[in-house]
Ligand binder design. Structure first.
Ligand code: NAP
Length: 293
């Protein structure tokens, strides 16, 4: 990391609790590689302190911030300007302090880079995905970004939300209705959705089932439902290969893990703070070294 001096700028991650976030490693590797005089810090900020913390970003001259659980919806309400993506999903994960030197308080621009981060690893498969049948396991915060991304990018012929709590999936489907020109959205439960999983071209896991330390678990235990020609995308990045991915790949499906989404959303935030393209290879090397350590 570069030396910190009087010119060093700050970027932060606001959330609570923050646990072992990989974002500082990703962004500090990139900043250091490109000799940008800035550092990325984690700031655990509990609920009632979030608004003053966000106001403080602008006042204290931060370049910007990432926002994570549980503040993404509140950040949506607090910023001055929203990107189309943030407005569509009702959540902000990236704040950019737009400052003109010497001008009064900068404005706060809010974006949601989870959408681009999610879509980036699917680019090589775009032709297979247009108008295809798709399923999403789970209907929480990440499912919202995934649902919008798939509807707006691929106009699927069907997009089935497989949910433990159907009322949450119904609320998500209502919010996404304006992006669902074809009437593709359907809601079902885990018990009733075998045929959707067998038929779909893309299955996305947005539940935390299979995440460390519960790595022996899978959100879809019927591995025989997977086949070649399918893409199975697990948003979990710890472990990099979840049981879901291992079993799907064994059956011939293409597996995509959550690490590429994590890198993709970070890259989409980084370019907005620094006007530079994130050096993804250096970041991957740092993440590999970290996971091997
Ligand atoms: P969230 O808002 O809490 O949503 C989790 C969803 O999973 C909910 O719909 C929940 O159902 C469902 N769920 C939880 N446990 C379940 C179980 N045992 N069986 C069936 N469904 C279950 O969480 P989130 O923010 O969306 O994050 C979800 C996952 O995505 C996490 O693993 C997170 O690390 C990952 N993620 C990765 C990235 C990345 O960059 N790779 C980005 C964002 C999120 P209920 O509604 O019934 O509670």
């Amino acid at each position: 990391m570069r030396d910190i001096d009087a010119e060093t700028r700050l970027i932060t991650l606001l959330g609570f609790p923050l646990g072992h976030s990989l974002s500082p490693l990703i962004h500090n590797t990139a900043l250091s590689e490109q000799e940008i005089n800035a550092v990325y810090l984690c700031m655990p900020v509990a609920g009632h302190q979030f608004e003053p913390a966000v106001r403080g970003l602008a006042a204290a001259g931060f370049m910007g911030s990432n926002v994570t659980i549980p503040h993404k919806e509140r950040a949506y309400e607090l910023v001055d300007v929203l990107s189309d993506q943030a407005r569509a999903v009702g959540a902000v994960n990236t704040i950019v302090c737009q400052c003109e030197k010497g001008s009064p308080p900068p404005s706060l621009y809010g974006d949601n880079t989870d959408i681009q981060g999610f879509l980036d690893p699917l680019k090589p498969y775009s032709s297979r995905l247009r108008d295809a049948e798709m399923t999403i396991l789970g209907s929480g915060g990440a499912a919202r970004a995934v649902c919008y991304a798939l509807l707006s990018q691929y106009t699927p012929s069907s997009l089935t939300l497989i949910a433990r709590t159907p009322s949450k999936a119904e609320a998500l489907a209502r919010d996404m209705a304006t992006f669902d020109d074809r009437g593709a959205l359907r809601i079902t439960t885990f018990r009733e959705s075998g045929r959707h999983v067998r038929r779909c071209s893309l299955l996305v896991n947005t539940t935390p089932v299979g995440m460390h330390p519960g790595t022996d678990q899978t959100p879809w235990p019927t591995a025989e439902d997977f086949s070649s020609g399918q893409i199975v995308y697990d948003l979990i990045y710890n472990p990099r290969k979840t049981r879901l991915l291992i079993e799907a790949e064994r059956r011939g499906a293409t597996g995509i893990g959550g690490m590429e989404m994590l890198i993709g959303q970070a890259a989409a935030s980084y370019v907005q703070w620094t006007s530079r393209t994130m050096p993804a290879d250096a970041v991957r090397r740092a993440l590999d070294a970290h996971s091997g350590s």
